[in-house]
Ligand binder design. Structure first.
Ligand code: C5P
Ligand code: MG
Length: 159
């Protein structure tokens, strides 16, 4: 086991957006989204970035190794399951998340009204107080209108 009392994890994810699909971010469906993620699972880029951040903090690889996108059994998978698995792996190594920060880049719609709901759901999934779950939003300034991107950092503490 690692001797480090703290470990930082970083993860990111991106999906192409297509009309007629539901957009889910941070475990929360986004109403009035003109397009949703094209993905094998539910395409929740925020939860995928968080799961990769957890795994990377302990050098455990990335979610593609645990949930291959070629496996039929993961079709339409609720990404909360992916995040729960990553958390389980972290806890099995004697660490837990202390705080996390997430940035979503999306041009439309505005996500500000969903910030509290997303923070609440992600804090719940990470078993953190809501005050330890940072959520920020950015547009791409029109550079990537058919694209959703999420980036996440997490601090893991031993014990
Ligand atoms: O990216 P930009 O600096 O233009 O974002 C300006 C503001 O718009 C930020 O305060 C951000 O929280 C908000 N925003 C949002 N939903 C998005 C993108 C940005 O609420 N999809
Ligand atoms: Mg993804």
């Amino acid at each position: 086991m690692s001797a480090l009392p703290y470990r930082i994890g970083y993860g990111e994810d991106a999906h192409r957006l297509e009309a007629g699909r539901t957009l889910v971010l941070g475990g929360v469906p986004v109403p009035h989204a003109p397009a949703g993620a094209v993905a094998h699972s539910d395409g929740d880029a925020a939860l995928h970035a968080l799961a990769d951040a957890l795994l990377s903090g302990l050098a455990l690889g990335d979610i593609g190794q645990y949930f291959p996108d070629t496996a039929a059994e993961w079709q339409g998978l609720d990404s909360a399951v992916i995040l729960a698995r990553a958390l389980e792996l972290v806890r099995a190594r004697g660490y837990r998340p202390a705080n996390a920060a997430l940035v979503v880049t999306l041009d439309r719609p505005k996500l500000g009204p969903l910030r509290a709901a997303m923070a609440q759901r992600m804090a719940e999934l990470l078993q953190l107080p809501e005050t330890e779950m940072g959520v920020s939003f950015k547009t791409s300034e029109g550079l990537a209108p058919d694209h959703v991107q999420a980036r996440a950092t997490v601090l893991l503490v031993a014990g």
